[in-house]
Design a protein around this ligand. Structure first.
Ligand code: ADP
Ligand code: NI
Length: 211
């Protein structure tokens, strides 16, 4: 099968798979990650562009937060798709990337220094910060019916707010970048998060009783 046909088939598989996800985790997120990953790789030329594109396209397809089933089931489905699409020779590589990409992955396994993994991970993390990252966070919080901000909440509390998520995750991502290109984009996006938080707290703490 021709590579562009395989890409089209993969796009279709992913679109079907992501139906019902919140809109911060939808096809357009996948498309941004794919484009960011390709951009990073054009600067660094370290990964095979085809494996990179397929991995970026499939990176969220096994996410159990949405499918309600175990990740293993997702990996099996993705593996079956990869075989059907005639990409058996890259199956283990792509599955390894998807297994290890998540911020919350507590059980890393396999090759963690693979350039494809490092780039897709950077692209995925970059999409969680900056203006788009802020929009996605509030969108996700709305989807979960979380508060935007709980000023006096205990940081360990279960009902945490979207602003708390900035401190739990988003502000940490800049220092977790793998590639020089990722780091430089993250720097700018991180600064925007800080500006946003500063304004947010300023407005929240506005003294309405001042003369
Ligand atoms: P990963 O794919 O690395 O596991 P997630 O699926 O946890 O990342 O997050 C996907 C998107 O949803 C990100 O933009 C992230 O900031 C947002 N998100 C995840 N959890 C929360 C939360 N508790 N509050 C607000 N946004 C969240
Ligand atoms: Ni993602």
């Amino acid at each position: 099968m021709k590579r562009d046909k395989i890409i089209k088939m993969t796009e279709e598989f992913v679109r079907q798979n992501l139906k019902g996800h919140d809109s911060g985790h939808d096809w357009l997120h996948i498309d941004r990650v794919r484009r960011l990953a390709a951009f990073i790789n054009r600067q660094e030329s370290v990964a095979d562009p085809f494996v990179l594109e397929i991995s970026a396209l499939l990176h969220d397809s096994a996410d159990s937060k949405f499918s309600g089933r175990k990740d293993e089931y997702g990996y099996e489905q993705i593996g079956k798709f990869i075989e059907t699409a005639g990409m058996t020779e890259i199956k283990d590589h792509v599955i390894n990337v998807i297994r290890n990409i998540s911020f919350s992955n507590k059980n890393p396994s396999g090759s963690l220094n693979d350039p494809v993994l490092l780039i897709v991970q950077d692209a995925d993390r970059l999409d969680a910060i900056g203006a788009i990252g802020i929009a996605r966070a509030f969108n996700y919080g709305g989807f979960r019916n979380n508060a935007i901000y709980l000023p006096d909440s205990n940081p360990d509390s279960k009902d945490s707010s979207t602003i708390a998520h900035f401190y739990e995750k988003l502000l940490k991502l800049r220092d977790m970048m793998n590639t020089p290109t990722g780091r430089s984009i993250a720097e700018e996006r991180h600064q925007f998060l800080e500006i946003f938080l500063k304004k947010f707290i300023e407005e929240w703490e506005f003294d309405y009783n001042q003369q």
